[in-house]
Design a protein around this ligand. Structure first.
Ligand code: FNR
Length: 372
């Protein structure tokens, strides 16, 4: 029976175990989306801490795609060079480095969460003097009433759409140069690609709005562009919101997610990372242990693709049960990895029956601490 410590084969790559650091924004760039010491230590610690896959935070494919002026980016060679020592370190620790490629769409240009998170207008600045910018939206009239001011928005035209696809393609090429092994396309949480997917935020009447086929067109084109430049021996993931959690209107739901997951598989996607929500402030969502797992499980049962589950996983036994019971192929852990960067080592300690194997999961430098 497969357990969470079992390796996960993805094309020609193998994750040492099925525990991944879920992408988590750090809002810690000091200049123009370039990785800093914070990113190196933060991601590096979790690689030391035994995660099989270490995924970066949402990394913007173009400057306008950042949530805040402090988000990571990958729109120039300088960005790739800043990330390269981080991927090298993660690989040295036995982890697979992944990059989450993102465009924040109409949720871009905001203050940091701990500084208010309200939109920064193009002629305005945040508390540190960083300027805002005009954000891109599939349908500005359908912008959900998030807290704070309405941002200055532009409706994406054909040129913008082609620009986004090309930005993803170029970002994937640069991610390769930076040494990443996995490219994850962020199509969840109410950001640009999810905004196109959901009829709540997409009321367009062109080829990119209306039918399922049209609303999913942009993400499918982005996936195809990334898969074209991402080598055949390296995996591509897509993170989706399994549902908008809006029962009172036509919205994005799990049935459409299953259908899209099959389309992704046909396009060469190796794993669908199933999160949820983030599109609308009226979402009816409750947290707690495994709160999104039933969505991942349904995609795994009904679509022909590997699935990652995320949300409310805090204990090694809990992660193990998800894999053992066939509910997920990979378990992504977010906040628990902030509380405990060594969650992966804790899992080896708690779950590994062979004491030598448990000790060997620890870096040599720490191994004397493995025996209690
Ligand atoms: C997140 N999350 C997130 N998700 C994502 O796809 N890209 C991102 O950049 C971020 N950023 C982010 C920052 C912080 C500080 C947190 C806490 C969360 C969501 C995260 O990856 C995860 O899906 C959720 O936190 C749910 O999992 P946990 O935390 O319950 O394990």
């Amino acid at each position: 029976m497969t357990d969470v410590l079992a390796p996960l084969s993805l094309r020609d790559r193998e994750a040492e175990n099925r525990i991944a650091v879920s992408p988590m924004c750090q809002y810690s760039c000091e200049r123009d989306g370039l990785a800093t010491e914070w990113h190196r230590v933060h991601l590096g610690s979790r690689a030391v801490g035994g995660a099989g896959i270490v995924m970066t935070e949402a990394t913007a494919v173009e400057p306008a795609g950042r949530i805040t002026p402090y988000d990571l980016g990958i729109w120039s060679d300088e960005h790739a060079a800043a990330l390269e020592p981080i991927t090298e370190f993660i690989r040295d620790q036995g982890g697979l480095p992944g990059i989450q490629l993102a465009h924040a769409g109409h949720k871009a240009s905001k203050e940091r969460p701990w500084e208010g998170h309200v939109p920064i207008q193009p002629d305005g600045t945040d508390p540190h003097g960083a300027s805002g910018w005009e954000v891109l939206s599939p349908s500005p009239d359908a912008y959900p009433p998030f807290d704070g001011d309405r941002p200055a928005m532009r409706k994406a035209d054909q040129d913008d759409i082609e620009g986004v696809i090309e930005a993803y393609r170029a970002a994937a090429e640069r991610s390769l140069e930076a040494g990443f092994e996995i490219a994850e396309i962020h199509a969840a949480h109410g950001y640009l690609l999810h905004e196109f997917l959901s009829p709540v935020t997409n009321t367009r009447e062109d080829d990119y709005g209306g039918s399922f086929e049209n609303r999913t067109r942009l993400v499918r084109e982005v996936v195809a562009a990334v898969r074209e430049v991402w080598p055949d021996d390296k995996p591509v993931f897509v993170r989706i919101s399994g549902t908008d959690w809006l029962d009172d209107r036509e919205s994005w739901d799990i049935e459409q997610s299953v259908r899209l997951a099959n389309d992704f598989a046909d396009l060469g996607v190796d794993l669908v990372d199933v999160s949820s929500g983030g599109l609308h402030p009226k979402q009816s969502i409750s947290g707690g242990p495994n709160f999104q797992v039933p969505l991942a499980e349904q995609v795994r049962e009904e679509a022909d693709v590997a699935v990652g589950a995320v949300g409310g996983v805090t204990e090694p036994e809990q992660a193990d049960a998800l894999v053992r019971n066939g509910r997920a192929d990979l378990v992504l852990v977010g906040r628990e990895f902030l509380r405990d960067p060594y969650f992966g080592l804790r899992a080896a300690d708690d779950l590994e029956r062979d004491p030598d194997a448990a000790a060997n999961a620890w870096p040599a430098q720490y191994r004397r601490a493995a025996q209690r």
